[in-house]
Design a protein around this ligand. Structure first.
Ligand SMILES: *Cc1c(COP(=O)(O)O)cnc(C)c1O
Length: 393
C-alpha cells in the first residue's frame, strides 16, 4: 500500500489560494476568452509564462482552471495537469502528443471501448500501429516490444472484466526499452491509486466519473511527470483542448466530497457484491477487492480502496434473459457511465468486439455501479430482476 495520509485534508485545501478564491471558500468562476493587459511589460511577462497559472488567453485557462489543475496535480502527484472536454479527449490527446507516423503502441486488451476505437480508426489512419496485449501479461510484456514501440498504455482495473495489472513489473520493462507509459486511472481516481508513484509517466482520468461525481459534467484530466509535462501541455494547447470555467468549477466542487462519497460507494458495493456472490445464477464476482477477480493480489498490494463499480459473471444466459432483467430493474438505470450518485447497469452477452487477443468463454457479464441509495433497496431490486432473468432461461 502506498501512503495515503492527509489525503482528505489535501482534497479540502488544494487549489484554494487567495488569488483563485478572492477571499471566499471556493474559486471565483472566471469566464474569459480575452485577457487584457495594462502595459507592454505585463503582456510580455504573461507571454513568457503562457498560462502557467498566469492569465494569458482564454484557451490557456483562467484562475478557475488553475485551481482545479493544482488540486488534481496534488491528488495524482505530478508536475502538471491538463484539462480536456471529456475523458476520451484526454486519452486521445495524451497519445497524439507523443506519437507520429511509423510508431507502434501497446494497448491493453480490456481497454475502454472508445480507446480501442481511437487506436483502430484514428491512429491506424495516421500509420500508427497497435498491438493489444492480455491484461494479465505482467513482466511477459517484454515479448511485445518492437523497435518502433513508443507508448505502453495501461488501464487497471480494465473496463467491464476488471482485471488488475501488475503495473510496477510492466513499467520496469517499459523503462528498459525506453518506452513511456500512460495509465487510464479513472477507477483509481487518485485517492485509491496514484500511477505516478508506481513509475507511470502520465495518469489519465475521466473526471466525468468520480471527480465530478454528479453525472452533470464531462471532463478529462491528464497528469504528467516532469519529463513529459511540457510536451503534453503544449500539444494539448495546440490541438485546442480547453474546458469552460463553469465545468472546471463543478469538477472542483465534486472533488471536495470525493473521499466521503467513495467510502459509501465502496462499502455498499462490497455488501451488494457479497450478496450477489451467493446467488445461484452468479458464477463469480469481478470486483477488485474479491479473490475471484484476476489480479486481486496486485489490487491488495497497490491500491488504497475500491469503489462502486464491479461486474458479475453469470453462469449462463441469453439475450432475452438479459433484456428482461434490465427492463425489470427499478433503481438501476441503464446507462454507459458510472461514478455519479446513482446506481447504473449495463450488460454484455459476450465480449465480442471488445477483446481481440484475450478470449472470453465465460457467461454474460453484468456491470453494476452501486450508487448512494439504501443498500436494501438495491439488493431487493436485484433479487426480483434475477428472478425475471431465471424465468427467461
Ligand atoms: C468513461 C470512461 C472514459 C471516457 O470518459 P468520458 O468523459 O466519457 O469521455 C475513459 N476511460 C474509462 C475507464 C471510462 O470509464
Amino acid at each position: 500500500m502506498s501512503s495515503n495520509s492527509n489525503k482528505n485534508t489535501q482534497l479540502v485545501s488544494s487549489g484554494r489560494k487567495k488569488a483563485y478564491t478572492h477571499g471566499v471558500v471556493n474559486p471565483v468562476v472566471q469566464r474569459a476568452s480575452t485577457v487584457v493587459f495594462d502595459s507592454v511589460a505585463e503582456l510580455k511577462e504573461a507571454a513568457k509564462k503562457r498560462g502557467d497559472k498566469t492569465l494569458f488567453y482564454g484557451r490557456r485557462g483562467t484562475t478557475t482552471h488553475f485551481a482545479l489543475q493544482e488540486a488534481i496535480t496534488e491528488l495524482e502527484g505530478g508536475e502538471g495537469c491538463a484539462l480536456y472536454p471529456c475523458g476520451a479527449a484526454a486519452i486521445s490527446q495524451a497519445l497524439l502528443s507523443f506519437l507520429k507516423t511509423g510508431d507502434h503502441i501497446l494497448m491493453v486488451d480490456n481497454a475502454y471501448e472508445p480507446t480501442r476505437d481511437f487506436c483502430d480508426k484514428i491512429l491506424a489512419g495516421l500509420g500508427i500501429t497497435t498491438t493489444y496485449y492480455p491484461p494479465t501479461i505482467g513482466a511477459g510484456i517484454k515479448e511485445y516490444f518492437k523497435p518502433n514501440t513508443k507508448v505502453l498504455f495501461l488501464e487497471s482495473p480494465g473496463s467491464i472484466t476488471m482485471e488488475i495489472q501488475d503495473v510496477p513489473a510492466m513499467v520496469n520493462v517499459a523503462k528498459e526499452h525506453n518506452v513511456m507509459t500512460m495509465l487510464d486511472n479513472t477507477y483509481g481516481n487518485g485517492l485509491h491509486y496514484r500511477p505516478l508513484e508506481h513509475g507511470v509517466d502520465i495518469s489519465i482520468q475521466a473526471a466525468t466519473k468520480y471527480i465530478v461525481g454528479h453525472s452533470d459534467v464531462m471532463m478529462g484530466v491528464a497528469v504528467a511527470n516532469k519529463k513529459y509535462w511540457p510536451t503534453l501541455r503544449e500539444h494539448s494547447y495546440l490541438l485546442g483542448q480547453c474546458t469552460s470555467a463553469d465545468d472546471a468549477y463543478l469538477a472542483l466542487r465534486g472533488l471536495r466530497t470525493m473521499s466521503v462519497r467513495l467510502n459509501q460507494h465502496e462499502k455498499a458495493a462490497i455488501e451488494v457484491a457479497k450478496w450477489l456472490e451467493q446467488h445461484e445464477l452468479v458464477d463469480h464476482i469481478r470486483h477488485p477487492a474479491f479473490e475471484t477477480c484476476p489480479g486481486h493480489a496486485f489490487f491488495k498490494r497497490d491500491f488504497d480502496g475500491s469503489n462502486g463499480l464491479f461486474s458479475i459473471v453469470m453462469k449462463t444466459g441469453n439475450q432475452k434473459a438479459i433484456d428482461a432483467f434490465l427492463d425489470s430493474l427499478q433503481h438501476f438505470k441503464m446507462g454507459f457511465s458510472w461514478g455519479g450518485f446513482e446506481s447504473l447497469v449495463t450488460a454484455n452477452l459476450t465480449m465480442k468486439g471488445l477483446r481481440s487477443t484475450t478470449g472470453w468463454d465465460l457467461g454474460p457479464v453484468i456491470r453494476l455501479h452501486i450508487g448512494l441509495e439504501d443498500i436494501d433497496d438495491l439488493t431487493a431490486d436485484l433479487a426480483q430482476a434475477l428472478e425475471v432473468y431465471k424465468q427467461h432461461l
